[in-house]
Ligand binder design. Structure first.
Ligand SMILES: N#Cc1c(N)n[nH]c1N1CCCC1
Length: 325
């Protein structure tokens, strides 16, 4: 099988949500290549926390089977988290069906999620080795269906301020220009982890330096080594590190330079306008590039990914591919 599902950006392209049917019930989920749990808001949560969300009711699904011995709890690096119990149920993404997918029904969700009223949960697309279900670890939707797909891959086509798509099982050549360049993926941390080999700021010269990175659709910004971030904002008049905001800010009327990442031996350019992320005040805007201090690797999040067509190749030699949209 193969199929396409639309994604729709939240404000500032902070996240991208896709309609998914779980046990015949449609929820809007954040497809996240940085985690490996499919969890949903559910009727098992306090009623007050369900308000404003579409929720999964396992009792009203004709295909749900409780996995009563299993439970889950997940913590994300931004401090948000959720926990709950597990069911097996039918999950449909576009036209791709997982007849018996582990659906992690939340009993508790952190406040950071509750206020995102369009987000009804996550669909993890990292490797199943980091799925949090215990005592019996479960597979991601992609791993569940992979053997039934025409090709063992999915693609991400995220756009700036407009709907895009995720495709499962095929590469739609109409969604990119030029060629796709690939980088080998190291799966030892359960992530789509690769090594970028350099960078350039605007029309500046290319700096050859390797930096360990992940492709993460569930992260909004582009997190890079501190020296690269300093080199970037050093080219922006009025840019500053504002500890009260927790990162670099720029004047909102800045004409920001492009950022070029060298991956797979090719140049991949983020337009400078994408790096003016969101207003903080009348004149100050939060930068879309920030330092990766404390993360342990660089994170190519949505600020970067929405400039590219991205292939997540889950074959026996996993790799990520990037092409210009
Ligand atoms: N923090 C964080 C994070 C990440 N690194 N990948 N996905 C994340 N989230 C998905 C929903 C909330 C956070």
């Amino acid at each position: 099988q193969q199929g396409e599902v639309s994604n729709t950006p939240e404000a500032h392209d902070q996240s991208y949500l896709c309609p998914v049917t779980v046990g015949g019930q449609t929820l809007n989920l954040d497809f996240d290549t940085g985690s490996a749990d499919l969890w949903v808001y559910s009727t098992l949560m306090p009623t007050s926390e369900q308000r404003g969300h579409s929720v999964y009711n396992p009792d009203s699904s004709s295909s749900s089977n409780a996995q009563s011995d299993n439970s889950w709890t997940i913590q994300y690096s931004d401090g948000s988290g959720a926990s709950g119990t597990v069911y097996a149920d039918k999950v449909v993404v576009g036209s791709v069906t997982a007849t018996s997918q582990a659906v992690e029904a939340a009993t508790s969700v952190s406040s950071a999620f509750i206020k995102e009223t369009h987000n009804d949960g996550l669909l993890g697309l990292a490797f199943s080795s980091i799925n949090t279900v215990q005592p019996t670890q479960q597979t991601t939707f992609f791993d569940t269906v992979k053997s039934t797909l025409a090709k063992p891959l999915f693609t991400a086509h995220l756009k700036k301020g407009a709907p895009g798509s995720y495709d499962f099982g095929y590469i739609d050549t109409s969604k990119y220009t030029g060629s796709i360049t690939y980088a080998h993926v190291d799966t030892s941390n359960g992530l789509w982890e690769f090594t970028a080999s350099g960078y350039a700021v605007g029309s500046g010269s290319t700096v050859a330096t390797p930096y360990d990175s992940i492709a993460d659709t569930g992260t909004s910004l582009l997190y890079l080594p501190t020296e690269i971030v300093a080199a970037y904002y050093g080219e922006v008049n009025g840019a500053m590190y504002d500890s009260s905001q927790g990162g670099y800010t720029v004047p909102c009327d800045s004409n920001l330079p492009d950022f070029v990442a060298i991956i797979g031996g090719s140049r991949h350019t983020v337009p400078g306008s994408y790096i003016n992320y969101a207003p903080i005040s009348e004149t100050s805007c939060f930068g879309g590039i920030q330092a990766n201090d404390g993360i342990g690797h660089s994170v190519f999040g949505d600020v970067f990914l929405k400039s590219q067509f991205v292939v997540f190749d889950g074959s026996n030699s996993p790799r990520v591919g990037f092409a210009k949209q």
